[in-house]
Design a protein around this ligand. Sequence first.
Ligand SMILES: [Zn+2]
Ligand SMILES: [Zn+2]
Length: 322
Amino acid sequence: MEQVLALRTGASLEASTGSCTFCGSERVVYFRRYSGERLCARCFNRSMVDRVRRTISKYNLLRPWDRIAVAVSGGKDSLSLLKILSEIERDYPRASLVAITIDEGIPVYREEAIRHAETYAEKLGIELRRLSFKELYGFTLTEAVESGAMEKMGLKPCTVCGVLRRKAITLAARRVGATVVATAHTLDDIVQTYLLNVFRGDASMAPVGLRREGEGVVPRVAPFRLTPEREVVFYAYLNKIPFQAEACPYASQAMRDPIRRFLTSYEETYPGALYAALNTLEKLIQAKPQPQHPCPTCGEPTTRPICRACEIEEAIKRHMRR
Ligand SMILES: [Zn+2]
Ligand SMILES: [Zn+2]
């Protein structure tokens, strides 16, 4: 069984020899290559929660009185984060947790994801609020794609969806009175995003998933920023979290995929490389903070004359009115 688990999640078979580094149990299920630790299921789960706790305190991500909106897509990362934060939140009686999910209106795909999110949030006893592109922007993602607006603008559905989803999450967070948004971006996601910006020649980099306050801003934090993706996959599997594994029909990871493949194979050869990359990149980024001002249309902080979300929303509406 352990071998099957290890194989399915890509964890090393070295897990099946030796005993748990923490409790001595023979039932080792995970081998952490970058640290050399062997973990039984109980110690693995505990270490995932402990690392999120340490991440929150290291970067000062959450306050004891926060109302935390967890952005939930219905995928393994966000449902795992919801479970771990619900465990941590028990120790903070003045904090509260709410899940928010954005329905961009992709038939079948999104309905399935929302079903997983609803079922799991209910199981954890956490309220889940839905907000749709249709109510916010007046069009679904599918309608916008079919109108031909994005093609005209030279934008991929994924790009548009990402930008509009981000804004929708902020608006949903405001509606539920959240003081902070927690997203499920992992160590891998964050390093990929930084490198993507480097290869795009975009020097206007801001730290991803660190708490930045400002007037009228709902800060976004990433409590998984020190957790490798493969450990989240293993956690979801180990805890039988029901998640949507199917890819979005519009998914185009054209630029991100080669970077992900490179980072995954590099980390495989040099365990710990992702942590080193995160530290180095963030030292460089924080040395040169980008000046931001509120978007004149929606008030969100931006480095552009008007924010990207408002620009895209307006362009699609203009196109659809024609
Ligand atoms: Zn153990
Ligand atoms: Zn705006």
